[in-house]
Design a protein around this ligand. Sequence first.
Ligand SMILES: Cc1cc2nc3c(=O)[nH]c(=O)nc-3n(C[C@H](O)[C@H](O)[C@H](O)COP(=O)(O)OP(=O)(O)OC[C@H]3O[C@@H](n4cnc5c(N)ncnc54)[C@H](O)[C@@H]3O)c2cc1C
Ligand code: SF4
Ligand code: SF4
Ligand code: SF4
Length: 385
Amino acid sequence: MSQLTQKEACCGCGACAQVCVKNCITMKADEEGFRYPSVDMQQCVNCGLCERVCPILNKPETEAPSQVSAYAAYTNEEAIREASSSGGIFTLLAEAVLSRQGVVFGAAFDEKFDVHHVMVDRLEDLWRLRGSKYVQSRIGDTYRQAKEQLESGRPVLFSGVACQIAGLKNFLGKNYSKLYTVDVLCHGVPSPRAWNKYKQAQETAVDSEIQSIFFRSKVAGWKKFSMVLEFQNGGQYCELLSEDAFMKWFLRDICLRPSCHSCRFKSLPYPADITLGDAWGIDRLMPDMDDDRGTSVVLVNTEKGSTLWAKIQDRMVVRQGDVEQLLAPNGAAKKSVKAHPKRKAFFTAMNNGATADQLTRMVRVPLVRRVLSFGKRCVKKILKI
Ligand SMILES: Cc1cc2nc3c(=O)[nH]c(=O)nc-3n(C[C@H](O)[C@H](O)[C@H](O)COP(=O)(O)OP(=O)(O)OC[C@H]3O[C@@H](n4cnc5c(N)ncnc54)[C@H](O)[C@@H]3O)c2cc1C
Ligand code: SF4
Ligand code: SF4
Ligand code: SF4
């Protein structure tokens, strides 16, 4: 079991805990708020199953790999697009499966706005999975639930970050013809404890509980998206990603899971049948596919992915492109991000009661660097003219 508990590598997918027939693995949060397996050695019968399903120790193969094809796309249904992070393609794929008596798994908020994986089997509940939640989602026993559904013959769409899909595939251990998987291009997942700190600070600031959260509001456009919170007293908070404290913590890499800094799932083909992301840079690559209301980059990685993709063609605007060109502006698509130099200090300060403002000061970019990077941008612009 020693390999299983190596923290740097463990992505927290929970496959080991769900496969253990003795139920002797519990996923426990550490001082940073990330969950890791903890084994009750008294109950363990040393069967080795947990090691066999670990996607870090045994990377699953992509099913019937085909040539990966890449697209820029967005739904032609404005309400879905507005409520989604990029082009709303996830909703179309999910609806295609639900309309065939299938079920869909993905990340949803609970009543405290913690993030969990859940199963949805009705169209009217699909909104719960829509939209990115930039916090590590607790997988719970959803691999077991997905297996139950597949064994009963129902189509299943399972969505999540790449390591969660890899964990699911190893957990299932066989290729179910009715299983479809979707992963997202993944920058990394922030700490649930840092997320709690942020929520508490927001509630304290307005003296009211949170009623709704949307990480990817497009009020100021898709490229400069905004974090929006609504409170029970009627108050509202709306801040651009460049100004919001949590988005700064996330995107300056100060509170990501350690495994995200050496992610094993950043090479093509990605583990899922279909991969979704933001089509950053589309304004330069395919200007007519950009109206700043959200465009997705879609990678179709397998034959099964092609079958599902074909079912939603009449509900979107789509253009095929070159995989490398479409992924190039997406920094995290192929390379893990480096941890912020103050990552450790951030968690120590957080656990010692630092305020959200004090934590945000730790990611402030020094004036000299800001001036230099502004200068670089100006020079680049001039050279382009
Ligand atoms: C943690 C995280 C990091 C990401 N990093 C990048 C990136 O660096 N570059 C990029 O181009 N795109 C990234 N994305 C993907 C992007 O934010 C959109 O999710 C994607 O473009 C799909 O958008 P959509 O409009 O099709 O669907 P949406 O409806 O916006 O997306 C919903 C899908 O996201 C899944 N999801 C939401 N939150 C989580 C979560 N916490 N854990 C697992 N799955 C979740 C849902 O299960 C569902 O499948 C990231 C997403 C997440 C969750
Ligand atoms: S070796 Fe078997 S019994 Fe022991 S923790 Fe792993 S899966 Fe459970
Ligand atoms: S199966 Fe997942 S949670 Fe368990 S040790 Fe491996 S990576 Fe960690
Ligand atoms: S960066 Fe890699 S390890 Fe981290 S959540 Fe994303 S897929 Fe998993």
